[in-house]
Ligand binder design. Structure first.
Ligand code: SAH
Length: 215
């Protein structure tokens, strides 16, 4: 990644040690997380808190997920021999997008708030991240043109798993999403197999809701 604004070394050490103690152990992922200055993705007034274990506001009523949740969800997507094509629903500030861009060959990211996505696109382009396709749309329908996806990640919480996204998942595809189940949210990992979709509950989580339509 193309930036001279690195994570301060003493901050990085504690940040990565904490992620490892929380079960984020994939070496490639940890290297990628180490290379991305998270403080550049939040408002400057909040940059001192960027490496805490917290979700933070990013404007437009949205939040950047905590480092642990980003790490956990990404780790659930990784399968070494199938890292070509990933779809992200909810570009937000682009921190998760940047991680995906360094792990996968090609990223498609969908955001419903146009102004937020435009700002994020500028930031990620300034880092030299070029393998990202930005789509301003309602993510419920995915992005058919770039299917099938090796991995799909949703960073806003839907009330049911969108059928279109399941259809766009490749034959060994993985999907990670915070599903809203009667007001509480659970993180699920879905895995496509030749015998159909396997679904596993992973954790309790709290995400912003997935909203229909665009803004
Ligand atoms: N991964 C982001 C998380 C942002 S919060 C980050 O690290 O910043 C979730 C994002 O999903 C918000 O930006 C919100 O606008 C977006 N979102 C909500 N509903 C959506 C929908 N139907 N389609 C696309 N994006 C949606």
């Amino acid at each position: 990644m193309n930036t001279d604004k690195k994570i301060p070394p003493e901050v990085k050490k504690l940040f990565i040690e904490r992620l490892i103690s929380q079960g984020i152990t994939n070496k490639k992922l940890l290297n990628v997380i180490s290379s991305i200055p998270r403080h550049l993705f939040v408002e400057s007034a909040l940059s001192r808190r960027a490496y805490d274990d917290d979700a933070l506001p990013i404007g437009y009523g949205q939040t950047i997920s905590s480092p642990y949740i980003v790490g956990k969800m990404t780790q659930l997507l990784i399968e070494n021999d199938s890292m070509n094509n990933v779809l992200e629903i909810g570009t937000g500030c682009g921190y998760q997008t940047a991680i995906l861009s360094l792990l996968f060959k090609k990223v498609t990211t969908i955001e419903r708030i146009e102004k937020l996505q435009t700002k994020t696109k500028k930031l990620l382009s300034s880092f030299g991240l070029k393998n990202i396709k930005y789509i301003h749309a309602d993510g419920h329908h995915g992005y058919k043109i770039n299917q099938p996806y090796d991995a799909i990640i949703m960073t806003a919480s839907p009330i049911e798993i969108p059928d279109d996204l399941i259809r766009q998942l490749g034959i060994t595809g993985r999907m990670v999403l915070p599903l809203n189940d009667k007001g509480s949210q659970k993180l699920f990992r879905l895995k496509n197999t030749k015998n159909g979709i396997l679904k596993k509950e992973v954790d309790d989580v709290k995400f912003v809701p997935m909203i229909k339509g665009i803004a």
